[in-house]
Structures are given as structure tokens and as C-alpha cells.
Design a protein around this ligand. Structure first.
Ligand code: NAD
Length: 380
């Protein structure tokens, strides 16, 4: 079976779907990588050749020859037009915002797998690219904040006096949030965190952070995820969080609701209540941001407070992000093609969960819901 690896075209996307080390272990598959695909992540064409992969400079030819096309971002429509009927794609298809790509893949008769839709069950953990990338974002988000903050993170006792530790507040303690807590703690900050899911309280505490107990009752989600809370809940949450936000030197926000716009947890008045020089890193900026003043893709200063809305943070740690992504994607590939040929069992929870298009149709109910709810969000 022929595996093709695309060079990413989305601006700022430095990751690559397959790295040489992982390509070398893909026995039983013929791997071709687009020339230059790994360059931004630190992998040369030569390294891929040494790993046994072929390097192709003609993108359309690579796409047309692939049985399975691997990418990080959804394949652009121009590439979909070159895919063969019956070929497969694996990547972050982002069905909520990429309805046109989903439709085009279905119309082309391509079987497309979306890593966002992988069920979060133990058996799929080694394929869970959302988690591997979120973890990197949590780590890097804290470093971005530390870099901008005009203060030390750790407490320092020096001959010139004692410097108190920085105070970090993490909102949303999922995969990214927990890694942000761990990183901030390692740098010596005093950390507190809040999440609507009380289940994470013990994890937060075990990382040496304080879990903020707010006098609020959240609506339970499914499968370990948060669900969208009512506007009354969010208003009360903001009131209760205001004082903690004002006390923080750094706020890292990671709160997301799958397929929906991120909830606003930090309003403009809350930002104005922060000390000058404080930093907010909004890791939810890809889905609109948790801070009302975040401008996705921009870093700006508002009345002395820094708002970092950098999008696609995992791409700024491209080497390790690609390495982990490549392992996730090849573990899924081996699950779908255990003997070197695609053998799709739609009774299987993993295959069924993440397959979006097959046989000329959009087969995933979840993808249809996400597309519909994104369209509804736009109409609102
Ligand atoms: P996510 O990126 O969808 O959301 C990040 C966090 O934001 C979540 O913890 C969520 O509860 C929180 N959040 C949402 N609305 C909020 C609000 N109004 N205020 C505060 N916090 C809010 O989530 P994620 O990090 O991808 O994963 C969430 C959970 O899924 C994990 O913590 C875990 O329990 C589960 N999970 C399971 C597996 C597995 O079993 N294989 C793998 C990964 C994740």
C-alpha cells in the first residue's frame, strides 16, 4: 500500500505528518514524502531517504499515487481533486469548520479519517493526536507567558531581597491545562486551576496546584468532556473568577467545548482589573478564545496587560509535535490496515468513530452534527 505524506500549506503550520524515524518502522508500506515536507520541523529530504522513503517533488503526482494520504491539516480542495476514488486520508479534518473539504472528499469517493473524532477510549490512546498536541500546547503556553512576564516564576531569595513566586491561574484542566499546571509548577510558580469537571480536582492537586472551588453547579457532559454551560452559569462563573484573575500574574486559558465556540471566561473588565505587566495566554484562541479581548493569531497589549492569542501553538514545537503526531497517525494506520491493506471494520468503535466519509457519503453522524452546529454558531 502506498502512503503519501503532504507538505503542509496552511500559513504557520510547521508540522509534518510523518517523521523519518517513524517512517523507517512502517514496514510493509511504501512511503513517499513530498519534497521539503519535513523541513520546517527539522527533517531533511535526505533523512527521509535514509529512512527508506521516496521523495517526490510533484505534489499532484504524489497525491494521485497515494492509497493513503497523511497530513496534519485537512487536504486542500486542489489536492482532493487529485485523489483516487477509494483512496484514504488521515489527519485533523476539522469537520466543524471544513464542511467544504468534507463534502469534496465524500464526492470524490475518498475514505477520510478525522483524528478529532477518534473515540477517547483506552484502546485508542496511542492514536490520540488531540491529546499529544494539546499537551505540547499546554507546555509551550506557559513558556510563552514566562517569556513575556517581567517577573521571575520561582521565589528567589537573594542578597538584594526576596522575590515572591509568580501566581499562575489555569482555566480548563483538560490535557493542555494539566500540562500547563505541571510546567508552571516546574518553573516554581504558585498555581491554581479551575475546571467545570470536578473529576479533575484530584489531578490538579496531585500536580501541586490548588483547585478553585466555585459555588457553581455545572452541566455534565459525555465521555469525559465538558458541555456548553448556560449563559447564567458563565456569568456567575466570571463573577466568581474575577478576583482570582485580578490576583494572577499569568492566566492560561484552555477551556474548550468540542465543536463549539470556546466559552468566554475572562471579560474585558476582568482584563482591566489585572495588574500592568500581567499576561494572558489564550490557548483556546483557535476556537475564538476564552478571553473576550483575544484576537486570534495576535499578541497585543491592552492597558498594560498582554494578551497572547497565538493560534496553532503545537506548530511552534514542530519537531516533537510531528514526532508524536506521526506515532499517533501510524498507530491508527496500522489499526486500519493491520496486514498492509486497508481492512475497514465499521463495527469497530475506533474505525466507525473517526471515519467521516466513505463510499461517496458523509458517514459520520458526529461530523454532520459538528458541521450543523458550526453553521448554527455562524448564524447566531
Ligand atoms: P478540551 O480541550 O475539550 O477542553 C479543555 C478543558 O476545558 C476540559 O477539561 C473542559 O472540562 C474545560 N472546560 C470547558 N468549559 C469550561 C468552563 N466554562 N470553565 C472551565 N473549564 C471548562 O478537553 P481535552 O483536554 O481534550 O479532554 C478533556 C478530557 O477528556 C480529559 O481531561 C479526559 O478526562 C478525557 N480524555 C480521555 C482520554 C482517553 O481516555 N483516551 C484521552 C484524552 C482525554
Amino acid at each position: 500500500m502506498k502512503i503519501g505524506v503532504l507538505s503542509e500549506t496552511v500559513p504557520g503550520e510547521r508540522r509534518v505528518a510523518l517523521v523519518p524515524d517513524v517512517a523507517a518502522k512502517l514496514t510493509g508500506f511504501e512511503v513517499t514524502v513530498q519534497a521539503g515536507a519535513g523541513e520546517a520541523a527539522g527533517f531533511t529530504d535526505e533523512a527521509y531517504r535514509e529512512a527508506g522513503a521516496a521523495v517526490e517533488s510533484d505534489r499532484a503526482r504524489l497525491v494521485g499515487a497515494s492509497d493513503v494520504l497523511l497530513s496534519v491539516q485537512p487536504p486542500p480542495l486542489a489536492d482532493v481533486a487529485h485523489l483516487r476514488k477509494g483512496a484514504a486520508t488521515i489527519g485533523f479534518l476539522q469537520p466543524a469548520t471544513q464542511a467544504a473539504a468534507v463534502e469534496a472528499l465524500a464526492a470524490r469517493g475518498v475514505t477520510a479519517f478525522s483524528l478529532e473524532l477518534l473515540p477517547r477510549i483506552s484502546r485508542a490512546q496511542s492514536m490520540d493526536a488531540l491529546s499529544s498536541q494539546a499537551s505540547l500546547a499546554g507546555y509551550k503556553g506557559v513558556l510563552m507567558a514566562a517569556n513575556r512576564l517581567g517577573k521571575f516564576f520561582p521565589m528567589l531569595m537573594t542578597a538584594a531581597g526576596t522575590i515572591p513566586p509568580a501566581r499562575v491561574l489555569v482555566l480548563g484542566a483538560g490535557v493542555a491545562g494539566l500540562q500547563a499546571i505541571a510546567t508552571a509548577r516546574r518553573l516554581g510558580a504558585v498555581v491554581e486551576a479551575y475546571d467545570v469537571r470536578p473529576a479533575v480536582k484530584e489531578e490538579v492537586k496531585s500536580l501541586g496546584a490548588k483547585f478553585l472551588e466555585l459555588d457553581l453547579e455545572a452541566q455534565e457532559g459525555q465521555g469525559g468532556y465538558a458541555r456548553e454551560q448556560s449563559e447564567e452559569f458563565l456569568t456567575r462563573q466570571r463573577e466568581l473568577l474575577g478576583e482570582r484573575v485580578a490576583a494572577a500574574d499569568v492566566v492560561v486559558t484552555t477551556a474548550a467545548i468540542p465543536g463549539r465556540r470556546a466559552p468566554v471566561l475572562v471579560t474585558a473588565p476582568m482584563v482591566h482589573g489585572m495588574r500592568r505587566g500581567s499576561v494572558i495566554v489564550d490557548l483556546a484562541s483557535d476556537t475564538g478564545g476564552n478571553c473576550e479581548l483575544t484576537e486570534p493569531g495576535q499578541v497585543r497589549e491592552v492597558q498594560g496587560v498582554w494578551l497572547d492569542g497565538t493560534t496553532n501553538v503545537p506548530a511552534t514545537v514542530a519537531l516533537h509535535a510531528s514526532q508524536l503526531y506521526a506515532r499517533n497517525v501510524t498507530n491508527l494506520l496500522k489499526h486500519l490496515a493491520p496486514e498492509g491493506e486497508l481492512k475497514l471494520d465499521f463495527e469497530d468503535e475506533i474505525t466507525k468513530g473517526c471515519c467521516v466519509t466513505h463510499g461517496g457519503q458523509v458517514v459520520s453522524e458526529r461530523a454532520k452534527q459538528l458541521i450543523e452546529s458550526a453553521a448554527e454558531n455562524t448564524r447566531r
